[in-house]
Design a protein around this ligand. Structure first.
Ligand code: KIV
Ligand code: ZN
Length: 512
């Protein structure tokens, strides 16, 4: 088989990324992300794990039918039921479908999780691949926890699944344990002992528990891996997965070293990062490489001076290369008409239904009434409310707070549920706590605020405030965002969004 002449980007934001605590998305949100991934030009979108829940099944099916340019993968354990569900969900993708089967191979997983001997593992892996082959030509196999598997046994498994028909073999560092030098050794060993690997595509799937996911993936590329599994903003189980934007830009900026690149349209990286952050409620750290707010900010005088004299003294890539376009937002105001607003959304690459457009336009006018200018980021912020298909069981109608150092912070909140409005008041250590307590009194649902952060969405004194919260409801940890020109209202909205998300997840879990 001819080796791909580029690094295949297998995006798993919608599957592994969504396994990130608090990052679950609804159907419509997943579709928005999939559309952006298509714009990014990733090669493969792993759309979900169809057997995991009816919601996942529907999402894979929807993505498989709407996305036309990328291959669509679905995950399945090496069990018939999973593979059948996966094949069914992937049907709309036709010959762009890929079934991705996995089975753990390491001693610790064999002994404690699966309670299976080596020969049983090989048998199940081979049966899984062979069964998936009945439905789909393109079958990927992942030996879960490969990096902690005995290399000789791993080689045996890989040889067996290739003989059974696997066309891609993925080598996961499931617990983010390996280091670049060791991962290189493992891949070299596999290539030396399994010549059949030449006939398939080798992927790697690195987790970031030691902060090495990107470094390990790059090391694997140097040893012949041609597919990298990654996620936008690096979200995923625990500390996350290999960050797509970091990997892609490392290959591009250091093409002199790697000599191979991905086909990703890098100008779409920043919009993708924003979108995923908005839809999952997961904030991007300010100093995150490539897409963080500080990634292109030069603070010190010496750096600024150098930049002014010659940009490349301190800049290894240009903000516009990753889609950060500073100072060129088209500014909209309250006199912008609906047609102009709608055309502007289209230019931003945002698709909304006519019903959604009406709601977004009304919200835009209400915001433009309060704010002198409305920037693209303000609009993206507004959109989150309207494109989410997480049912708005509870909606805040009004909020009034009294705060300051001479008064006991008190909040009165009015909430609508099923067309009925309920109002209550509470006091707290500050206005935000008072508002959240009042919400708790009205809804009767107890939540524990685990983290809270506030940042300005755009610039100026009248910038929208964006609150990011993580709330624990029982065993469920949920992340959400809320924005408003009033920061207490933004906080209350974020909390209610988290509550609605929790109710949605609980309902999905009951269906599964
Ligand atoms: O981390 C992992 O091993 C996985 C596999 C299912 C590929 O996500
Ligand atoms: Zn994983």
């Amino acid at each position: 088989m001819k080796k791909p002449d580029h690094v295949i980007i297998f995006d798993t934001t919608l599957r592994d990324g969504e396994q990130c605590p608090g990052a679950s998305m609804g159907l419509h949100e997943k579709l928005q992300v999939a559309r952006q991934l298509e714009k990014l030009n990733v090669d493969i979108i792993e759309a979900g794990f169809p057997a995991a829940s009816p919601g996942d099944f529907e999402a894979v099916k929807k993505v498989a039918s709407e996305i036309k340019k990328c291959r669509i993968a679905g995950l399945a354990r090496c069990v018939k039921g999973d593979i059948e569900k996966c094949a069914e969900a992937l049907k709309p993708a036709g010959d762009r479908a890929r079934i991705h089967v996995f089975l753990a191979t390491s001693a610790i997983h064999r002994e404690f999780k699966l309670k299976k001997a080596k020969d049983e593992i090989i048998r199940q892996a081979v049966e899984g691949v062979a069964y998936a082959k009945k439905f789909c030509k393109d079958v990927q196999f992942s030996p879960e926890d490969a990096s902690r598997t005995e290399p000789e046994f791993l080689a045996e498994v890989v040889r067996a699944v290739i003989a059974a028909g696997a066309t891609t073999v993925n080598i996961p560092d499931t617990v983010g344990f390996t280091v670049p030098q060791e991962f290189r050794k493992l891949l070299t060993y596999l290539h030396e002992h399994v010549p059949e690997l030449e006939g398939v595509v080798v992927h790697v799937h690195c987790h970031n528990d030691l902060g090495l996911a990107v470094a390990n993936s790059l090391a694997a590329i140097e040893c012949g891996a041609r597919g990298v599994e990654c996620t936008i903003n690096g979200i995923g189980e625990r500390a996350g997965n290999c960050s797509l934007e970091e990997l892609v830009m490392a290959l591009k900026v250091r093409n002199d070293h790697y000599g191979i690149q991905s086909r990703v349209r890098t100008q779409e990286l920043f919009p993708a990062s924003r979108l995923v952050s908005q839809l999952t409620g997961m904030m991007v750290q300010r100093n995150k490489a490539i897409v963080g707010a500080n990634a292109f900010a030069h603070e010190s005088g010496i750096h600024q001076d150098g930049m002014l004299k010659h940009r490349e003294t301190y800049e290894i890539m240009r903000p516009e290369d990753v889609g950060v376009v500073t100072g060129t937002d088209l500014v909209l105001g309250k006199h912008s008409g609906r047609a102009g607003f709608s055309a502007h959304l289209r230019r931003m690459g945002i698709q909304v239904s006519p019903e959604q457009l009406q709601g977004i336009y009304d919200a835009f006018i209400a915001l433009a009434d309060k704010k002198k200018v409305v920037y693209d980021d303000d609009i993206i912020e507004l959109l989150r409310e309207f494109i989410s298909d997480i049912p708005k069981v509870y909606a805040i109608k009004r909020l009034q707070v009294s705060a300051g150092n001479q008064t006991i912070p008190t909040a009165t909140v009015q909430i609508e549920k099923d067309g009925k409005t309920t109002q209550d008041s509470a006091t707290g250590a500050g206005p935000v706590e008072a508002a959240l307590k009042a919400i708790e009194r009205i809804t009767g649902v107890k939540g524990e605020l685990k983290s809270f952060a506030m940042q300005a969405v755009t610039h100026g004194e009248d910038a929208l405030g964006e609150a990011s919260v993580q709330v624990r409801f029982g065993d469920d940890l949920v992340a959400a965002k809320g924005s408003d020109i009033d920061i207490v209202m933004a906080s209350a909205k974020a909390y209610v969004n988290a509550l609605n998300r929790h109710l949605f997840i609980a309902k999905e879990a009951r269906k599964a």
